[in-house]
Design a protein around this ligand. Structure first.
Ligand code: 3PG
Length: 306
């Protein structure tokens, strides 16, 4: 069996080494395609592979059509909006993610970005503190839970809304459950977004929600740029000069945000949340183990296109 790691944004070398060990122990061959810039390079590399490990790499019909032996794709990470599930199913390919494996890395970045923000991007001017402020988590999955854990250490009050997680489960984690996303936006000093990009959530963070935020509030997005209605966010930030927007990945209108909102906008040039050696090791090795488990024993626990 041949497994390809295809990562436009590569894993740490130590993670690739760990993945290779798992696959070699299983008797599999590993091929590596990193930092590719041409689609053709990806399409050529998948021609003879049985399994594929990717990150945010776009995997669509063209890839499945170019990979006649492909049986499984594992997205080493949480969000699988980069993979065309219908095309995978049509080609009889199993798709999995590795939920939770990189959640701590993303959560630590949230807190790092928040400190950076309340200290005025380290420009030397007097800033403010996170202690005592209310943090609102939009969704309480693996990342939201990790952010809650760390934020409590900062002395923040933590509340959450999750349309798919019962209030009791939120309260059981010692986090206040609020009844709607509208209430979350209205009552938080910081709103941190942890929803996936789905047809329901795309562009859902709109003017109505953002304009209802508290005075001097911060909106932080380490989820997906697609969940933001950028035109409405720009309009709202023009009207509400007290609000700040922080994003782990540049929005499409990055140049507009950067020009109009200096001092209250920051975006990482590449998505950095999961970009740690530990997250790469956890997610990469989980992906390798899931491939071996599926190809040897038919284990499809993390399949997302069932
Ligand atoms: C995820 O969905 O797991 C994160 O957004 C990380 O994505 P990345 O592997 O492309 O950094």
């Amino acid at each position: 069996m041949k497994v390809l790691i295809a990562t436009e944004k590569p894993f740490a070398a130590v993670a690739v080494k760990g993945i290779k060990e798992v696959l070699t122990d299983a008797g599999y061959e590993l091929a590596l395609l990193e930092k590719y810039t041409e689609r053709e390079a990806l399409l050529a590399a998948v021609a003879d592979v049985d399994a594929l490990i990717v990150r945010s790499d776009k995997i669509g019909e063209d890839v499945f059509a170019a990979a006649p032996q492909l049986k499984i794709v594992v997205r080493a990470g949480a969000g699988y909006d980069n993979i065309d599930l219908a095309a995978a199913t049509a080609h009889n390919v199993v798709v999995m993610n590795t939920p939770g494996q990189n959640a701590n890395a993303v959560a630590e970045l949230v807190m790092g970005l928040l400190v950076f923000t309340v200290r005025n991007f380290f420009n030397g001017k007097s800033g403010s503190e996170l202690k005592g402020k209310t943090l609102g988590l939009l969704a309480f999955g693996n990342v939201g839970r990790n952010v809650a854990r760390i934020a409590k250490g900062f002395g923040m009050k933590v509340q959450a809304f999750d349309a798919y997680c019962p209030a009791e489960a939120i309260e059981a984690a010692d986090v206040k459950s609020v009844t709607s996303q509208e209430e979350l936006f209205k009552t938080s000093d910081v709103v941190s977004l942890h929803i996936p990009a789905t047809p329901e959530t795309c562009q859902s963070i709109n003017a109505q929600l953002v304009s209802s935020m508290k005075q001097d509030a911060i909106l932080i997005n380490t989820a997906r740029k697609e969940i933001i209605n950028e035109a409405e966010l720009i309009k709202t930030l023009e009207e509400r000069t007290d609000l700040k927007y922080i994003s782990d990945i540049k929005p499409d209108a990055d140049a507009v945000f950067a020009e109009k909102f200096a001092g209250r906008y920051f975006a990482t040039p590449k998505k950095m949340g999961a970009q740690t050696a530990e997250a790469n090791i956890n997610a990469g090795i989980a992906a390798a183990n899931q491939i071996v488990g599926f190809l040897k024993d038919g284990d499809n626990k993390f399949q997302v296109n069932k």
